[in-house]
Design a protein around this ligand. Sequence first.
Ligand SMILES: Cc1cc2nc3c(=O)[nH]c(=O)nc-3n(C[C@H](O)[C@H](O)[C@H](O)COP(=O)(O)OP(=O)(O)OC[C@H]3O[C@@H](n4cnc5c(N)ncnc54)[C@H](O)[C@@H]3O)c2cc1C
Ligand SMILES: NC(=O)c1ccc[n+]([C@@H]2O[C@H](COP(=O)([O-])OP(=O)(O)OC[C@H]3O[C@@H](n4cnc5c(N)ncnc54)[C@H](O)[C@@H]3O)[C@@H](O)[C@H]2O)c1
Length: 566
Amino acid sequence: MQSSLSLSLSSSSSSITPKPNHTFDFSPCLTKPLNLNLRFCGLRREALSLSTTHPRVKLPCRRFPSCISAALSTNGSSPKTFDYDLLVIGAGVGGHGAALHAVEKGLKTAIIEGDVMGGTCVNRGCVPSKALLAVSGRMRELQNEQHLKSFGIQVGAANYDRQGVADHANNLASKIRGNLTNSLKALGVDILTGFGTILGPQKVQFGKDNIVTAKDIIIATGSVPFVPKGIEVDGKTVITSDHALKLETVPDWIAIVGSGYIGLEFSDVYTALGSEVTFIEALDQLMPGFDPEISKLAQRVLINPRKIDYHTGVFATKITPARDGKPVTIELTDAKTKKPKDTLEVDTALIATGRAPYTQGLGLENINVVTQRGFVPVDERMRVVDANGKLVPNLYCIGDANGKMMLAHAASAQGISVVEQVSGKDHILNHLSIPAACFTHPEISMVGLTEPQAREKAEKEGFEVSVAKTSFKANSKALAENEAEGLAKLIYRPDNGEILGVHIFGLHAADLIHEASNAIAMGTSLQDLKFTVHAHPTLSEVIDELYKAAKVNAHVSSPVKEPVAV
Ligand SMILES: Cc1cc2nc3c(=O)[nH]c(=O)nc-3n(C[C@H](O)[C@H](O)[C@H](O)COP(=O)(O)OP(=O)(O)OC[C@H]3O[C@@H](n4cnc5c(N)ncnc54)[C@H](O)[C@@H]3O)c2cc1C
Ligand SMILES: NC(=O)c1ccc[n+]([C@@H]2O[C@H](COP(=O)([O-])OP(=O)(O)OC[C@H]3O[C@@H](n4cnc5c(N)ncnc54)[C@H](O)[C@@H]3O)[C@@H](O)[C@H]2O)c1
């Protein structure tokens, strides 16, 4: 709901003549102090008088004048030197998160976008893929006669309209793109349209010949699909996720090259819509990035019972699109011997072999920065490192472009961390506390280390590792939903109760993981977590049991606090 507040200004003590009774959209200010009044730079606080007829704002409001004065003092410090306090290059999720936080911190902020607002996640990633996965989840349920029968439900054959499914994904992306753009505009972030190139320290060109300066600059230029050499993408029969999300066809037989996040999520979509899938994976097992025990279970539930076969330990070294009546051909090469192994013929091939940073044309050479496989080198504070290993002053890089963790929320969290730093507060983001999820049916989620990673670290640093597990089979809510296939796994230090990693496979795993990721972020130990209470019957009791199953050494003092009388 748009709400407005009338701000009356008296200019007696100011050299600026403000417009009296100017009306602004102050809706965001009802929850957070904002610097929407930056236009009034130079006005002293005592020159402002406020009045409102807005039902939810009572003046004098203590927070409101202080947010104005904070904004005035921050903004007033360097306007003659720089156009902006903060300039973000790239309006994806990372850039958006950084810009919103910058406004909250009172920084005069602009964001440059060379293509569509919202970047990969909103237009070609998380958002449309989750729309397709929402359809896949429903189709699976409606097609699973046995599952429905166990509830006593009978339905006719489930079908879908391909264009309708595609429209759902496209409409959702448009809606979220609009929301993201409006949120920036409403907070007073200047959106500068055009491709951005760094010309030198604190100076960027955008569009044809516009130049803008800023005290601090964040590179948030993201990534594009990585297509290995020898693979010819025609956008119709050999495609990347950019094309697949448009769902222009649902092929009878599709080969998916790469069994990481993108491959696995699309296998869930395509098999639900009736395709047969063949995975081609360079490593020896499918889903090599997940904890091995979780990959094994995922293979049993998400791969084996579905119309999916696979070739592991092979590279797709040459892929030729369908033409002249011939199907797509895929040449497979043994990953170890490097010898040709097989040739496949399929209707379509989806290339899901990772993402490449989008840093071309960014002008990094103008500030002596050399990329590493295209990624911008950064330190733990996302500060850009130059070719001599020195930090480039006032320059940061967040999100997919630095390659630390290619996830939307990681990009945004890195942006927030940088804004904290440029606002004078040191901040280092703990990447081991950032959760990840794969939105298959059921879902997979994780945070921290896998078991092999934890054991390797333990051996190096000399500590013990323990593992606790709980099954969804004993959870009342999962049983009520007839969705009891699932496992939660906790990897921890028995000597001090520190969580090293949590991995979940099962219904709503993507939501359940946050309890563990927040615990890691806050440094909460298992001794504390064992005493937390979870509502019954909920899936979160799986996590409750997991914490309670952990065996922390008896000599570690109990952190339980004295009960507070209520
Ligand atoms: C199919 C798919 C599904 C995904 N699903 C998920 C998911 O469920 N959850 C999740 O966390 N992550 C998911 N991801 C990953 C996620 O999309 C990315 O990690 C995230 O978008 C990275 O955000 P970013 O801001 O770093 O970059 P991007 O979102 O790529 O945004 C970068 C922006 O910068 C612009 N730009 C680039 N160069 C310039 C320049 N020189 N000047 C001006 N503008 C420029 C680009 O046009 C773009 O808009 C998915 C990715 C894909 C491909
Ligand atoms: N739900 C989510 O959070 C989500 C969803 C989709 C994408 N993403 C992000 O997008 C990024 C890209 O995803 P992705 O699945 O493309 O990459 P990925 O790195 O997760 O998986 C790529 C897979 O392709 C294999 N591979 C590479 N080259 C190959 C070749 N020539 N032949 C056969 N196999 C080959 C690799 O061994 C690997 O298993 C990921 O980093 C992920 O973080 C996240």
